[in-house]
Structures are given as structure tokens and as C-alpha cells.
Design a protein around this ligand. Structure first.
Ligand SMILES: Cc1cc2nc3c(=O)[nH]c(=O)nc-3n(C[C@H](O)[C@H](O)[C@H](O)COP(=O)(O)OP(=O)(O)OC[C@H]3O[C@@H](n4cnc5c(N)ncnc54)[C@H](O)[C@@H]3O)c2cc1C
Length: 380
């Protein structure tokens, strides 16, 4: 039986960064992934790393994650681009929240600026004049290419940090045996380690189903669209809009947040958890999303695998209200899923050496690198 210091189950962004920090500490690490390559939330997202959207310790994990992303990027191209983040307010309520968050982030020493309507239109000529009231802008935030990042990180882990990566291998059991953790893969191969960390995303039926059934986690289904390459369009960075201001955790800290009301034209969008984000990929195509539907553990199949036209249409209509480029030149549509816990993350220790860490929700690309650093420091 092959022996390691740490076995990480799952090679999404959470598993990859737990492996990264353990390997940086000189540990002998094995990652086991059930698919040929990760194909779940970690590759189906926008690739926006936006600490500005989080609050409290998650804001700090996000800030630390930016440093880690930038540090790796200097040594190895993992597709990190520092193009900043903008939240575009469309009415007085959203503009008020943007101003209040600006004050909070100024006090916290997090670089940002307020942009007037004119400045927004100069920076993003594709914005529709009627939509824009003003914006808050974060120059140091980054975006990544979700279809590249995780593959490059896995390559980096193997080539530079000596991590062993075993794919096409589903883990079906993980147990303590005489002071060691023994992991069983489908096919009956056994691997042992001093510790195991389970970062299995929203897969609840292969390992510890009884624990997940009691966990309180839900799965969120998000619909996403991507245009054909739009070579004449240049919208840099992470672009978030009015409904994001009304939705993201960071804005909940603002004094006026508790008094905001929902205008009628937002009500159908809110019903489907829609807020509109844009992220231009390297090839010029623009990712547009997203919506949110929820189901508890055990009933996630009911969310379906397909995308609903009604939701796509709502998103495209709102996107057309915001941008003048041809948002309907859609090349691809997909659904992404992530696990989410009411306490922001599901941390459960099955035994002193087997640790479940999943359910990071919609902030995994932003915060996993910093979160995992903290976790590895406390566990190893
Ligand atoms: C549409 C969409 C847009 C998003 N946009 C953003 C964004 O812009 N910014 C942001 O910060 N976050 C975003 N997120 C959230 C982010 O993508 C997730 O928080 C993050 O990817 C979760 O990572 P994970 O490693 O926990 O899970 P996953 O990515 O689901 O990875 C889990 C891995 O574990 C493997 N696995 C599971 N069980 C086993 C087993 N028994 N044996 C072996 N392998 C196993 C799976 O095959 C999978 O590869 C978005 C999510 C979605 C769906």
C-alpha cells in the first residue's frame, strides 16, 4: 500500500489549494480525482476573484488568495490577469450602497475608487448610458480562465511541488486503521496517509452520505451563457451590476442595506436568483450569467441537467439593458452546480485525521487559496 502524509480527495479548487499548501510545507501529498479532469464548479464558473464581494474572514481569505494567485502566476502561467473589478450601480439605491461600501473598504485599507457615470462610460464604452448611475472600482482584483486555471494548477502541483495526481479514480471509502487513514478507491486499490481531507464538492453519495444528509447543505444550480468571440468588444476585468450590489455579502454591511426595497422591474429576476455578471475570456467571447435555484442534499437531481430558456431569456434581456454589444450571439450555454452551507462552509471532522471541507458556495474561486492556507496551518 502506498503511503503519503496527506491524501486529498477531489481536485477542484478546494482540493488543489489544500494540496498546494501541504506540499509547500514539504508534505508528501496524493490527490485523488474521480474524473479524468475536474469538470465541476471549478471549470464552469466565471473565473472572477472578487474579495470585494465578501465580508469578514472571507474578505481576508479573498485578499490573501489574490496574493497567492499572483505569486504562482509569476512562476508559472495559471491564467491570472489583473484587470480589476467594477460594480455598476443603476439607480440611487445601488449608488448609495456603493458609496457606503467605498467608505468601509477605505477604512479597511482596501484600494478602491468611486467612478462617475462619465468615467464608467469612458472606461467601458459598451455600457448603455441609461443604465449607469456610477460605480465602485477595485483595481487590484484578478480574473482567471476557469477552463484553464485548474488544469495548470494541477500541472504546477505535479511538476514544481512533487504532488502525486491520480485521476479517473473514485474514492469509495476512507477510514482510520491503526493510527493511519486508509482510502479505498473503486477497483479496491488502497492508499494510506497520516491525514485525509475530503474536498468533494457536491458529490454526496460516494463518501460519508449519512454525514452529508444531516449537514444542512444545499446545492445551487446556476445557468451560464457564453457569446461567440466578439473581437471588436473590449470589456476588461470582472463586471458586476446593480443586482449584484443588491445580492453580495459585502454590501450587506452597508448601513442602508437593511432598508432597501426591490423595484418592480427586478422582481422576476430576483425570483430566479438572477444577477448579471460579465467576464470576457482571452478569445474575446463574453461569459454572461447567472441564476440560482436550490435543492437540499438527497434531492439535487430535481434541479435537472438542462438549462431553462425562460431563465436564459431573462438574463439576456437584462444584459441588453446594460450593454450595447450583441449579447445574443450565444455560442454555448451550460449549468453549473455548487454546494453551499448556511455557515459559509461545511467543516466536519469524521475522526482526528479525516476532515471534510466543502460547501464553500459561490466564493470558491475567490477565497479557496487563502482559506486552505489557514486550514492546512491548523491541521498539519
Ligand atoms: C456557474 C458558476 C459560477 C461561479 N462563479 C464564480 C466566480 O466567478 N468566482 C468565485 O469565487 N466563485 C465562483 N463560483 C463558485 C466556485 O466555482 C466554487 O465555489 C468552487 O469551484 C468549488 O470548488 P470545490 O473544489 O469545492 O468543488 P468542485 O469544483 O465541485 O470539485 C470537487 C471535485 O471533487 C471530485 N470528487 C468528488 N467526490 C469524489 C470522490 N469520492 N473521489 C474522487 N473525487 C471526487 C469531483 O469530481 C470534483 O472534481 C461559481 C460557481 C458556478 C457553478
Amino acid at each position: 500500500m502506498k503511503n503519503f502524509d496527506l491524501i486529498v480527495v477531489g481536485s477542484g479548487i478546494m482540493g488543489a489549494f489544500h494540496a498546494y499548501h501541504a506540499a509547500k510545507k514539504g508534505k508528501k501529498v496524493l490527490i485523488i480525482e474521480k474524473d479524468n479532469f475536474p469538470v465541476s464548479a471549478t471549470v464552469r464558473n466565471f473565473g472572477q476573484a472578487v474579495p470585494s464581494g465578501s465580508a469578514g474572514k472571507w474578505f481576508n481569505y479573498g485578499r490573501r488568495s489574490l496574493e497567492i494567485y499572483k505569486d504562482i502566476q509569476q512562476q508559472f502561467d495559471i491564467s491570472v490577469r489583473k484587470n480589476g473589478t467594477i460594480y455598476i450601480a443603476s439607480d440611487d439605491t445601488e449608488w448609495q450602497l456603493a458609496n457606503e461600501l467605498f467608505d468601509i473598504h477605505q477604512r479597511q485599507g482596501y484600494e478602491c475608487s468611486l467612478l462617475s457615470k462619465r468615467q464608467c462610460l469612458d472606461l467601458y464604452p459598451e455600457l448603455k448610458q441609461d443604465y449607469v448611475r456610477g460605480a465602485i472600482y477595485y483595481p487590484n482584483e484578478v480574473s482567471v480562465e476557469p477552463n484553464l486555471l485548474i488544469y495548470r494548477i494541477i500541472q504546477y502541483l505535479q511538476e514544481q511541488l512533487g504532488v502525486t495526481y491520480l485521476n479517473n479514480t473514485g474514492v469509495i471509502n476512507c477510514t482510520d486503521v491503526s493510527g493511519k487513514v486508509v482510502v479505498t478507491a473503486a477497483g479496491s486499490q488502497l492508499y494510506s496517509a497520516d491525514k485525509a481531507i475530503i474536498c468533494s464538492g457536491y458529490v454526496f453519495n460516494l463518501l460519508f452520505p449519512e454525514i452529508y444528509a444531516q449537514s444542512g447543505m444545499v446545492v445551487s444550480k446556476l445557468q451560464m451563457l457564453q457569446t461567440v468571440p466578439l473581437t471588436n468588444v473590449s470589456i476588461k476585468g470582472n463586471i458586476l451590476t446593480g443586482l449584484s450590489i443588491r445580492r453580495y455579502e459585502s454590501f450587506e454591511q452597508c448601513p442602508s442595506f437593511k432598508n432597501i426595497t426591490t423595484p418592480e422591474h427586478y422582481s422576476e429576476l430576483k425570483k430566479w436568483g438572477i444577477h448579471i455578471l460579465f467576464k470576457q475570456a482571452i478569445d474575446g467571447s463574453v461569459i454572461i450569467g447567472d441564476s440560482h435555484e436550490y435543492a437540499p442534499v438527497g434531492r439535487t437531481d430535481e434541479l435537472g441537467f438542462d438549462t431553462q430558456n425562460h431563465i436564459n431569456e431573462l438574463m439576456l434581456k437584462e444584459a441588453e439593458r446594460i450593454m450595447s454589444f450583441p449579447v445574443r450571439k450565444i455560442a454555448r450555454a451550460w449549468a453549473g452546480f455548487y454546494a453551499q452551507h448556511p455557515n459559509d462552509i461545511f467543516e466536519f471532522d469524521v475522526s482526528p485525521n479525516i476532515h471534510i471541507r466543502t460547501g464553500i458556495g459561490g466564493k470558491g474561486m475567490t477565497t479557496s487559496a487563502g482559506y486552505a492556507e489557514n486550514m492546512i496551518a491548523s491541521l498539519l
